[in-house]
Design a protein around this ligand. Structure first.
Ligand SMILES: [Zn+2]
Length: 322
C-alpha cells in the first residue's frame, strides 16, 4: 500500500489496528500471527503520537494473540503482565472482554503450565504441593467469572472441578512422598485425593485409577511369613513370594498364610535379604561355571594344537616317501 507512505502516524496506527481484525482476529486461529503483527505495528504508531492508552491496548492484544498461538507459560505471563498494565476497559477480542478478567485468566493459565510441568501420578516432589494448592485456589477465584480466555481457546472449563482435580493431585503427591515412611498418613491422603478426583470428573493426567489402587494396597496389612512382623502396604512394605506350601503346612498354619495359593507374604526387609542372598549364590555359580568353561577351552586348544602338529609331521613323512 504505497499510499501509506504519505499517511500520518495516527492514520497508520488506525489502519494497522483495523487490519489486525480484518486480516487476523476475524479469520480465526490460523490468522492470529497476522493479528499479532498488525497489533504490534499499531502499538508502535500509537506510541509515537503519544496515545498511551491505545498503544498499551494494542500491545496487550498482540501478546494475547501471540499466547493463543504459542500457548506456553512465558507467553501467558507476558500477556497477563501486558493486560494488567491496560487501565480497565472492554477489549474487542472478536467479542467484548474485560481486560482485567483476561489478565487474571492468563495469569492462572501461565501458573498452571509452570506448576504442572513434568508432574504425574508418581510425583513425590513435596516442594510442589503448596503451588498446586495455590493453583486450585486461583481456579476457585474464577468461579462465576466470564471465562473469555477459554472461549478464545475454544475449550470448556469448570473452574471448580479443575480446583478439585488439583486438590486431589496435591494430596496424591504428598501421599507418594509419605508412602515409604508413614503409610497410615499416606492412606488418609490417598482417600482425600480419591474423593477430590471423583468430584473433578475429568482426569487429564490419568491419575484417578492409580490413586484408588494405591489407597487399597497401602491400606492392607499382613504378617511376614519369615520374621512374623506385621506390616502395612501391599507392594510397598510387604510383597508376595512364590512358595511350595504343603497341605500339612496349610492346615497347621492357615492363619499365617495370608496370601494367595502357593504364595507367602514377606516384609520388604526379608524379601530383599532373600533376593540378595540368591543373587550372591547365583553369582558364585556363574563365576564357577565360567572358570570351568575357560579351563575346558584351554584343554581343547592344547589338544587341537597337538593334533595339528601330528598331522603336519605325518604329511612331511608321506611326502618324503614319494
Ligand atoms: Zn520379615
Amino acid at each position: 500500500m504505497p499510499l501509506s507512505l504519505f499517511k500520518q502516524p495516527d492514520e497508520k496506527a488506525a489502519d494497522h489496528f483495523r487490519q489486525a481484525y480484518e486480516k487476523g482476529v476475524n479469520l480465526g486461529p490460523q490468522k492470529y500471527p497476522d493479528a499479532v503483527q498488525h497489533f504490534t505495528e499499531a502499538s508502535k504508531h500509537y506510541s509515537s503520537i503519544g496515545n498511551a492508552q491505545k498503544s498499551s491496548e494494542s500491545y496487550a492484544l498482540a501478546t494475547l494473540f501471540y499466547a493463543l498461538t504459542n500457548r506456553n507459560d512465558q507467553a501467558w505471563k507476558n500477556c497477563s503482565d501486558a493486560l494488567a498494565r491496560v487501565p480497565e476497559t472492554n477489549l474487542n477480542v472478536g467479542f467484548p472482554a474485560s481486560s482485567s478478567g483476561l489478565a487474571q485468566q492468563a495469569s492462572v493459565l501461565s501458573y498452571d503450565l509452570r506448576t504442572l510441568a513434568n508432574v504425574d501420578g508418581e510425583s513425590r516432589d513435596t516442594a510442589r504441593v503448596a503451588a498446586v494448592r495455590e493453583l486450585a485456589q486461583r481456579y476457585m477465584d474464577l468461579v462465576g467469572n466470564d471465562l473469555s480466555l477459554w472461549r478464545l481457546l475454544q475449550e470448556d472449563i469448570e473452574p471448580q472441578k479443575r480446583a478439585h482435580y488439583l486438590l486431589g493431585l496435591a494430596s496424591l503427591i504428598e501421599a507418594n512422598s509419605l508412602a515409604d515412611s508413614e503409610p497410615q498418613k499416606s492412606v488418609s491422603l490417598l482417600s482425600e485425593a480419591a474423593t477430590n478426583l471423583e468430584l473433578a470428573v475429568a482426569d487429564p493426567l490419568r491419575i484417578s485409577q492409580g490413586t484408588r489402587a494405591k489407597r487399597d494396597n497401602l491400606s492392607k496389612f499382613s504378617r511376614c511369613w519369615f520374621c512374623g512382623r506385621e506390616m502395612q502396604g501391599h507392594g510397598f512394605h510387604y510383597v508376595s513370594l512364590r512358595a511350595t506350601v504343603s497341605p500339612y503346612t496349610k492346615q497347621r498354619y492357615a492363619s499365617s498364610l495370608q496370601g494367595a495359593e502357593n504364595m507367602v507374604e514377606a516384609c520388604k526387609t526379608c524379601a530383599s535379604t532373600i533376593r540378595n542372598v540368591s543373587d550372591d549364590v547365583a553369582r558364585v555359580y556363574f563365576e564357577r561355571a565360567m572358570a570351568e568353561m575357560r579351563a575346558l577351552e584351554q584343554k581343547l586348544n592344547a589338544r587341537m594344537t597337538s593334533l595339528e602338529n601330528e598331522v603336519h609331521s605325518l604329511r612331511s613323512r608321506l611326502s618324503a616317501l614319494h
